[in-house]
Design a protein around this ligand. Structure first.
Ligand code: KIV
Ligand code: ZN
Length: 517
């Protein structure tokens, strides 16, 4: 029987370190539930010492998400490990993941510790973590640039101190596949006790080699891979889970390994994460890009029509991309809508969620001749992660043109009170944003604004994503509508509601403002 590779997802930790990403607790929980459905073996839910928000996120996931191992990250210091344990101890299968750098450059310039001190700290902190938590993972940070003899000594120390998983990071994405494979082989050959632990790898993508390096490590004996959905992560990101899993799945004839991933949940996971993080997937991205299964050239189209395998090595259905068999419109009833939702993989929505989604669908069908699968997915993903709507948009009016100053009037409802404001701007969207800022009286700086069409045709649904700052924190807002100014206003209000939610949580002592380094 083929060996199994454990998939360790770190979207909620390393992925959340992607510049500009900031997820609230509801969004983290929604992602964690989707990762469990996807079938990951372990998920790194966060870095609890880094902020109250991270702590609360790991705690909520540990309490509510069953199935996978839930891991919390900690530096090799007591206060980090205590905080990680406090957050993860509620999990069905908790794990503390502690790390300490072992390369000369990190030890000398970052840690300012001697190699002997590093060995002593690994011994002390892995033992301490093990005294609290049944499963401990240790990572020698910058492992791939560590002198081999010292790496072996560090790993042996961690094994003796009780580590269950040893994770070898290519922290700066420096290795080539052959090099990384030989590091892993060296570990198996030289580290005493290595056969009693799981060897894992964690590859960064600075040279675009993260997936290739992870696969090379698997061929050399690694049995856990750390990865993120859509390849999110520090700098150029981490190994993309969908690429790793589909490589193992599609080339089973070559690798002969299995994973526990339900590949049909890949597309939905990718969509959910890109909409919640505001990081869009490039069209030509392997597996989940919008062009990944599109055939443009006539020769290719002809080939696929004659025999699909001429140009397709995997099916769109295998990642959960279903071909639209039925077009929905304003005459479609609730049954047809519910059936379509099920076919798209939304099987566990509550009756209330379905009711709300159906109402949104009806509103959309009034404006649009046909409602596509992409439209329905967009409706549902805005519906799923709703935080309390402290502010609602009643209406907006704009005047705009190429020879006059754009002005906007908006009316909002906040805490049952109606408020109207007007403002000028550099174009109608800028004017609406200024008017909304005035109406809510919150200091907001717009950092990024995007608009894109979700489906095709003149009546396509537009999706707007805004990135705003309030104080030190970044918030992502998302809005959809067939009218791009309305989509933009909704995205701005969505970000405003996240700010208000955070302020309320902070006032209640559950804030997510980064308050530790
Ligand atoms: O890249 C890295 O080295 C890490 C460690 C914490 C595993 O993210
Ligand atoms: Zn990393």
């Amino acid at each position: 029987m083929a060996n199994k590779i454990a998939i360790f997802d770190t979207t909620l930790r390393d992925g959340e370190q992607t510049p500009g990403i900031s997820l609230n607790m509801h969004e983290k929980l929604e992602i964690a539930k989707q990762l469990a459905k996807l079938g990951v073996d372990a998920m790194e839910a966060g870095f609890p010492i880094s902020s109250k928000g991270d702590f609360e996120g790991v705690k909520a996931i540990s309490q509510q998400v069953k199935g996978p191992v839930i891991t919390a990250l900690a530096r090799a210091v007591k206060k980090d490990i205590d905080r990680a344990w406090e957050a993860v101890k509620y999990a069905e299968k908790p794990r503390i993941h502690t790390f300490l750098a072992t390369s000369d450059i990190h030890m000398e310039y970052k840690l300012r510790m001697t190699p002997d001190q590093v060995i002593g700290r690994i011994d002390e902190m892995v033992s301490y973590a093990k005294s609290l938590c049944p499963q401990v993972e240790f990572s020698p940070e910058d492992g791939s640039r560590t002198r081999p003899e010292f790496l072996y000594q560090a790993l042996e120390t961690a094994i003796k101190a009780g580590a269950d998983v040893l994770n070898i990071p290519d922290t700066v994405g420096y290795c080539t596949p052959d090099e990384f494979a030989s590091i892993i082989r060296g570990i198996f050959k030289n580290v005493k006790g290595i056969d009693n632990v799981v060897v894992s790898v964690h590859c960064h993508n600075d040279l675009g080699l993260a997936v290739a390096n992870s696969l090379a490590a698997i061929e050399s004996g690694a049995r856990q891979v750390e990865c993120t959905i859509n390849g999110l992560g520090e700098r150029a990101g981490n190994a993309a889970m969908e690429e790793l899993v589909m490589a193992l799945h599609t080339r089973r004839d070559y690798f002969d390994f299995t994973t526990g991933i339900n590949t049909e949940q890949i597309y939905r996971s990718s969509k959910l994460i890109s909409s919640l993080t505001g990081v869009h997937v490039q069209p030509n991205k392997a597996i989940v890009g919008s062009n990944a299964f599109a055939h443009e050239s006539g020769i290719h189209q002809h080939g696929v029509l004659a025999k699909r395998e001429t140009y397709e090595i995997m099916t769109p259905e295998s990642i959960g991309l279903k071909k639209n068999q039925m077009v929905l419109g304003k005459h479609s009833g609730r049954h047809a809508f519910e059936d379509r939702l099920k076919e798209l993989g939304y099987r566990d929505l509550s009756a209330e969620e379905i009711k709300e989604a159906f109402q949104r669908f009806k509103d959309l069908a009034d404006k649009k001749k046909t409602v596509t699968d992409s439209d329905i997915e967009a409706l549902i993903s805005t519906e799923l992660v709703q935080i309390p709507e402290a502010v609602e948009l009643e209406y907006f009016h704009i005047t705009s043109g190429n020879s006059l100053v754009s002005t906007a009037t908006v009316q909002i409802i906040r805490d049952r009170e109606t408020k109207q404001e007007a403002a000028c701007g550099d174009g109608p969207i800028d004017a609406v944003f200024h008017a909304l800022e005035r109406a809510v009286g919150i200091d907001i700086t717009l950092k990024d604004y995007r608009i894109r069409s979700i489906s095709s045709g003149k009546d396509a649904l537009g999706e707007s994503t805004v990135k705003v700052k309030n104080g030190e924190k970044t918030y992502i807002g998302r809005g959809i509508s067939t009218d791009i100014i309305e989509a933009s206003a909704k995205a701005y209000i969505n970000a405003i509601n996240k700010i208000i939610y955070d302020m309320t949580e902070l006032a209640n002592g559950n804030g997510s403002v980064k308050d530790n380094d």
